[in-house]
Write a protein that binds this ligand. Structure first.
Ligand code: PSU
Length: 303
Protein backbone atom coordinates (compact mmCIF):
# COMPACT_ATOMS: atom_id res chain seq x y z
CA UNK A 1 0.00 0.00 0.00
CA UNK A 2 1.32 3.42 -0.90
CA UNK A 3 1.30 5.63 2.21
CA UNK A 4 4.40 7.74 1.64
CA UNK A 5 4.33 11.28 0.30
CA UNK A 6 7.82 12.42 -0.62
CA UNK A 7 8.93 16.05 -0.82
CA UNK A 8 10.27 16.56 -4.38
CA UNK A 9 13.91 17.12 -3.32
CA UNK A 10 13.87 14.02 -1.08
CA UNK A 11 12.45 11.88 -3.90
CA UNK A 12 15.14 13.17 -6.27
CA UNK A 13 17.97 12.56 -3.82
CA UNK A 14 16.82 9.01 -3.07
CA UNK A 15 16.50 8.25 -6.79
CA UNK A 16 20.03 9.56 -7.39
CA UNK A 17 21.53 7.75 -4.39
CA UNK A 18 22.43 11.12 -2.85
CA UNK A 19 22.69 11.51 0.95
CA UNK A 20 19.43 12.06 2.88
CA UNK A 21 19.02 12.55 6.64
CA UNK A 22 15.71 11.70 8.31
CA UNK A 23 14.51 14.07 11.05
CA UNK A 24 11.74 13.62 13.63
CA UNK A 25 8.79 15.85 14.47
CA UNK A 26 7.99 15.11 18.15
CA UNK A 27 10.89 17.36 19.07
CA UNK A 28 8.95 20.13 17.25
CA UNK A 29 5.50 19.46 18.75
CA UNK A 30 6.36 18.13 22.22
CA UNK A 31 10.07 18.83 22.81
CA UNK A 32 10.42 22.60 22.39
CA UNK A 33 8.17 25.66 22.79
CA UNK A 34 6.96 27.77 19.85
CA UNK A 35 8.58 29.66 18.11
CA UNK A 36 11.99 28.12 18.94
CA UNK A 37 10.67 24.72 17.79
CA UNK A 38 9.98 25.92 14.23
CA UNK A 39 13.14 28.05 14.08
CA UNK A 40 15.21 25.07 15.22
CA UNK A 41 13.54 22.70 12.75
CA UNK A 42 14.36 25.14 9.93
CA UNK A 43 17.94 25.66 11.15
CA UNK A 44 18.48 21.90 11.41
CA UNK A 45 17.21 21.39 7.85
CA UNK A 46 19.49 24.21 6.63
CA UNK A 47 22.48 22.64 8.43
CA UNK A 48 21.83 19.28 6.77
CA UNK A 49 21.72 21.03 3.37
CA UNK A 50 24.89 23.02 4.14
CA UNK A 51 26.63 19.69 4.72
CA UNK A 52 25.56 18.42 1.30
CA UNK A 53 22.61 16.20 2.27
CA UNK A 54 18.83 16.55 1.92
CA UNK A 55 16.70 16.71 5.10
CA UNK A 56 13.54 14.60 5.36
CA UNK A 57 11.42 15.65 8.35
CA UNK A 58 8.75 13.01 9.02
CA UNK A 59 5.16 13.55 10.12
CA UNK A 60 1.78 11.86 9.69
CA UNK A 61 -0.83 14.10 8.05
CA UNK A 62 -4.03 13.46 6.13
CA UNK A 63 -3.70 9.68 6.18
CA UNK A 64 -0.13 9.71 4.79
CA UNK A 65 3.43 9.59 6.06
CA UNK A 66 5.14 12.75 4.85
CA UNK A 67 8.82 12.29 4.06
CA UNK A 68 10.03 15.89 3.97
CA UNK A 69 7.74 18.79 4.89
CA UNK A 70 7.05 22.07 3.11
CA UNK A 71 7.72 25.35 4.98
CA UNK A 72 3.96 25.75 5.50
CA UNK A 73 3.54 22.23 6.88
CA UNK A 74 6.44 22.71 9.29
CA UNK A 75 5.00 26.00 10.47
CA UNK A 76 1.51 24.56 10.99
CA UNK A 77 2.88 21.55 12.88
CA UNK A 78 4.91 23.82 15.17
CA UNK A 79 1.80 25.74 16.24
CA UNK A 80 -0.83 22.97 16.25
CA UNK A 81 -2.26 22.09 19.65
CA UNK A 82 -3.78 18.62 19.22
CA UNK A 83 -0.98 16.70 17.52
CA UNK A 84 -0.56 13.09 18.68
CA UNK A 85 2.88 11.90 19.79
CA UNK A 86 3.18 8.68 17.85
CA UNK A 87 5.35 5.64 18.25
CA UNK A 88 5.32 2.05 16.91
CA UNK A 89 2.10 1.15 18.77
CA UNK A 90 -0.06 3.94 17.35
CA UNK A 91 1.44 4.98 14.00
CA UNK A 92 -0.87 2.74 11.97
CA UNK A 93 -4.01 3.89 13.82
CA UNK A 94 -2.96 7.52 13.37
CA UNK A 95 -2.46 7.11 9.60
CA UNK A 96 -5.69 5.14 9.20
CA UNK A 97 -7.76 7.73 11.07
CA UNK A 98 -6.36 10.71 9.18
CA UNK A 99 -5.18 12.40 12.39
CA UNK A 100 -2.05 14.53 12.53
CA UNK A 101 0.81 12.80 14.31
CA UNK A 102 4.34 13.82 15.23
CA UNK A 103 6.87 11.03 14.99
CA UNK A 104 9.03 10.03 17.97
CA UNK A 105 12.41 8.41 17.46
CA UNK A 106 10.74 4.98 17.16
CA UNK A 107 8.15 6.15 14.62
CA UNK A 108 10.72 8.15 12.65
CA UNK A 109 12.90 5.05 12.36
CA UNK A 110 9.90 3.14 10.96
CA UNK A 111 9.23 5.94 8.44
CA UNK A 112 12.91 6.20 7.49
CA UNK A 113 13.13 2.46 6.84
CA UNK A 114 9.98 2.55 4.68
CA UNK A 115 11.41 5.49 2.73
CA UNK A 116 14.84 3.86 2.30
CA UNK A 117 16.75 6.41 4.41
CA UNK A 118 19.46 4.74 6.53
CA UNK A 119 20.39 7.70 8.78
CA UNK A 120 18.36 9.77 11.22
CA UNK A 121 19.45 12.68 13.44
CA UNK A 122 17.63 13.80 16.59
CA UNK A 123 18.31 15.33 20.01
CA UNK A 124 18.21 12.51 22.50
CA UNK A 125 16.54 9.11 22.41
CA UNK A 126 14.06 7.90 24.98
CA UNK A 127 15.25 5.17 27.35
CA UNK A 128 14.65 3.39 30.61
CA UNK A 129 12.95 5.80 33.02
CA UNK A 130 13.98 6.08 36.66
CA UNK A 131 11.88 3.72 38.75
CA UNK A 132 11.30 1.44 35.76
CA UNK A 133 11.65 -1.53 38.11
CA UNK A 134 8.18 -0.66 39.41
CA UNK A 135 6.64 1.48 36.62
CA UNK A 136 7.91 -0.61 33.66
CA UNK A 137 8.32 2.71 31.78
CA UNK A 138 10.79 1.99 28.99
CA UNK A 139 10.67 4.09 25.83
CA UNK A 140 9.60 2.33 22.66
CA UNK A 141 12.70 3.94 21.11
CA UNK A 142 14.84 1.15 22.60
CA UNK A 143 13.11 -1.91 21.08
CA UNK A 144 12.91 0.03 17.82
CA UNK A 145 16.70 0.34 17.75
CA UNK A 146 16.84 -3.43 18.25
CA UNK A 147 14.69 -4.20 15.21
CA UNK A 148 14.85 -1.41 12.61
CA UNK A 149 18.00 -0.93 10.55
CA UNK A 150 18.53 2.81 10.84
CA UNK A 151 21.59 4.58 12.29
CA UNK A 152 20.33 7.10 14.85
CA UNK A 153 22.51 10.07 15.79
CA UNK A 154 21.62 11.48 19.23
CA UNK A 155 23.44 13.26 22.06
CA UNK A 156 23.11 10.12 24.15
CA UNK A 157 19.97 9.61 26.18
CA UNK A 158 18.34 12.41 28.15
CA UNK A 159 19.73 12.79 31.67
CA UNK A 160 16.17 12.51 33.03
CA UNK A 161 16.49 8.76 32.44
CA UNK A 162 18.24 5.92 34.20
CA UNK A 163 21.33 5.83 31.98
CA UNK A 164 23.00 2.67 33.37
CA UNK A 165 19.76 0.71 32.86
CA UNK A 166 19.34 2.23 29.38
CA UNK A 167 22.82 1.01 28.40
CA UNK A 168 22.12 -2.42 29.92
CA UNK A 169 18.89 -2.69 27.95
CA UNK A 170 20.63 -1.79 24.68
CA UNK A 171 23.41 -4.26 25.33
CA UNK A 172 20.98 -7.10 26.03
CA UNK A 173 19.07 -6.28 22.84
CA UNK A 174 22.24 -6.24 20.74
CA UNK A 175 22.19 -2.56 19.81
CA UNK A 176 25.63 -1.08 19.10
CA UNK A 177 26.10 2.07 21.18
CA UNK A 178 28.88 4.13 19.61
CA UNK A 179 30.27 7.20 21.38
CA UNK A 180 31.58 9.62 18.79
CA UNK A 181 35.06 11.03 19.42
CA UNK A 182 35.21 10.18 23.13
CA UNK A 183 35.07 7.16 25.44
CA UNK A 184 32.13 8.18 27.62
CA UNK A 185 28.46 7.85 26.81
CA UNK A 186 27.21 11.47 26.67
CA UNK A 187 24.17 12.61 28.72
CA UNK A 188 22.32 15.02 26.41
CA UNK A 189 22.94 18.43 28.08
CA UNK A 190 26.34 17.24 29.38
CA UNK A 191 29.22 15.65 27.48
CA UNK A 192 29.85 13.07 30.17
CA UNK A 193 27.64 10.64 32.07
CA UNK A 194 30.29 8.90 34.13
CA UNK A 195 29.58 5.78 32.05
CA UNK A 196 31.87 4.34 29.40
CA UNK A 197 30.21 3.71 26.06
CA UNK A 198 30.52 0.13 24.75
CA UNK A 199 32.03 1.33 21.45
CA UNK A 200 33.90 4.42 20.26
CA UNK A 201 34.34 5.68 16.70
CA UNK A 202 36.06 8.83 15.45
CA UNK A 203 34.84 9.20 11.88
CA UNK A 204 31.66 9.04 9.80
CA UNK A 205 33.35 6.48 7.53
CA UNK A 206 33.82 4.06 10.45
CA UNK A 207 30.17 4.39 11.41
CA UNK A 208 29.02 3.81 7.82
CA UNK A 209 31.29 0.76 7.50
CA UNK A 210 29.90 -0.70 10.74
CA UNK A 211 26.31 -0.28 9.48
CA UNK A 212 27.22 -1.97 6.21
CA UNK A 213 28.84 -4.87 8.05
CA UNK A 214 25.76 -5.38 10.24
CA UNK A 215 23.66 -5.62 7.08
CA UNK A 216 26.15 -8.05 5.51
CA UNK A 217 25.93 -10.24 8.63
CA UNK A 218 22.15 -10.18 8.45
CA UNK A 219 21.85 -8.61 11.91
CA UNK A 220 18.56 -6.80 12.40
CA UNK A 221 18.27 -3.41 14.06
CA UNK A 222 20.09 -0.12 13.96
CA UNK A 223 22.99 1.58 15.65
CA UNK A 224 22.94 4.36 18.21
CA UNK A 225 25.60 7.02 17.61
CA UNK A 226 26.01 9.05 20.80
CA UNK A 227 27.45 12.41 19.78
CA UNK A 228 28.46 14.66 22.69
CA UNK A 229 27.07 18.20 22.84
CA UNK A 230 29.71 20.79 21.76
CA UNK A 231 31.88 21.97 24.69
CA UNK A 232 30.76 25.60 24.46
CA UNK A 233 27.07 24.65 24.71
CA UNK A 234 27.14 22.05 27.46
CA UNK A 235 25.61 22.35 30.92
CA UNK A 236 27.80 20.41 33.33
CA UNK A 237 26.43 17.38 35.14
CA UNK A 238 26.96 19.09 38.49
CA UNK A 239 24.73 21.93 37.35
CA UNK A 240 21.98 20.04 35.50
CA UNK A 241 21.46 17.06 37.82
CA UNK A 242 19.87 18.99 40.75
CA UNK A 243 17.50 20.60 38.23
CA UNK A 244 16.64 17.18 36.78
CA UNK A 245 16.00 15.83 40.30
CA UNK A 246 13.68 18.75 41.08
CA UNK A 247 11.72 18.24 37.85
CA UNK A 248 11.46 14.49 38.48
CA UNK A 249 10.10 15.12 42.00
CA UNK A 250 7.44 17.45 40.59
CA UNK A 251 6.45 14.91 37.94
CA UNK A 252 6.06 12.24 40.63
CA UNK A 253 4.06 14.55 42.89
CA UNK A 254 1.71 15.43 40.03
CA UNK A 255 1.33 11.82 38.90
CA UNK A 256 2.65 12.50 35.38
CA UNK A 257 2.93 9.17 33.53
CA UNK A 258 3.56 7.44 30.20
CA UNK A 259 3.93 9.66 27.12
CA UNK A 260 3.52 12.84 29.13
CA UNK A 261 6.66 12.31 31.23
CA UNK A 262 9.35 13.40 28.77
CA UNK A 263 7.55 16.57 27.51
CA UNK A 264 6.70 17.57 31.13
CA UNK A 265 10.30 17.16 32.29
CA UNK A 266 11.77 19.01 29.30
CA UNK A 267 9.38 21.93 29.89
CA UNK A 268 10.11 22.11 33.64
CA UNK A 269 13.88 21.91 33.10
CA UNK A 270 13.53 24.73 30.54
CA UNK A 271 11.75 26.87 33.14
CA UNK A 272 14.12 25.99 35.98
CA UNK A 273 17.23 26.79 33.90
CA UNK A 274 15.63 29.98 32.54
CA UNK A 275 15.92 28.76 28.98
CA UNK A 276 19.50 27.47 29.10
CA UNK A 277 18.45 23.85 28.67
CA UNK A 278 16.70 24.82 25.43
CA UNK A 279 19.80 26.62 24.09
CA UNK A 280 21.81 23.47 24.84
CA UNK A 281 19.14 21.29 23.23
CA UNK A 282 19.23 23.40 20.05
CA UNK A 283 23.05 23.26 19.91
CA UNK A 284 23.14 19.49 20.29
CA UNK A 285 20.48 18.89 17.65
CA UNK A 286 22.44 21.06 15.18
CA UNK A 287 25.59 19.12 16.01
CA UNK A 288 23.78 15.82 15.43
CA UNK A 289 22.42 17.08 12.10
CA UNK A 290 26.01 17.79 10.98
CA UNK A 291 27.24 14.33 11.95
CA UNK A 292 24.12 12.71 10.47
CA UNK A 293 24.82 14.42 7.14
CA UNK A 294 28.44 13.26 7.24
CA UNK A 295 27.36 9.65 7.92
CA UNK A 296 24.74 9.83 5.15
CA UNK A 297 27.49 11.12 2.82
CA UNK A 298 29.81 8.28 3.81
CA UNK A 299 27.05 5.71 3.26
CA UNK A 300 26.14 7.19 -0.15
CA UNK A 301 29.83 7.01 -1.21
CA UNK A 302 29.96 3.42 -0.02
CA UNK A 303 32.73 4.38 2.43
N1 PSU B 1 15.07 14.76 21.32
C1 PSU B 1 14.92 16.02 21.85
N2 PSU B 1 13.69 16.35 22.33
C2 PSU B 1 12.63 15.46 22.32
C3 PSU B 1 12.81 14.15 21.79
C4 PSU B 1 14.06 13.85 21.29
O1 PSU B 1 15.86 16.81 21.85
O2 PSU B 1 11.54 15.81 22.77
C5 PSU B 1 11.62 13.17 21.78
C6 PSU B 1 11.82 12.06 20.75
O3 PSU B 1 10.74 12.07 19.86
C7 PSU B 1 11.84 10.78 21.56
C8 PSU B 1 10.95 11.16 22.70
O4 PSU B 1 11.41 9.67 20.83
O5 PSU B 1 11.42 12.47 23.02
C9 PSU B 1 11.03 10.18 23.86
O6 PSU B 1 9.77 10.11 24.47
P1 PSU B 1 9.43 8.90 25.47
O7 PSU B 1 10.43 9.03 26.58
O8 PSU B 1 8.00 9.15 25.92
O9 PSU B 1 9.57 7.64 24.68
Amino acid sequence: MDVLTFAPDVARALKDGAPVVALESTIITHGMPFPQNVETARAVEAEVRAQGAVPATMAVMGGRIHVGLTEGELDALGQAKDVAKISRADIAACIASGRTGATTVAATMICARLAGIPVFATGGIGGVHRGAETSFDISADLPELAQTAVTVVAAGAKAILDLPKTLEWLETAGVPVIAYGQDQFPAFWSRESGLKAPLRMDSADQIAAAARMRAALGLPGGQLVANPIPVEAEISRAEIMPVVEAALAEAAAQGIAAKAVTPFLLQRIFELTEGRSLEANIALVMNNARLGAAIAGAMARGA
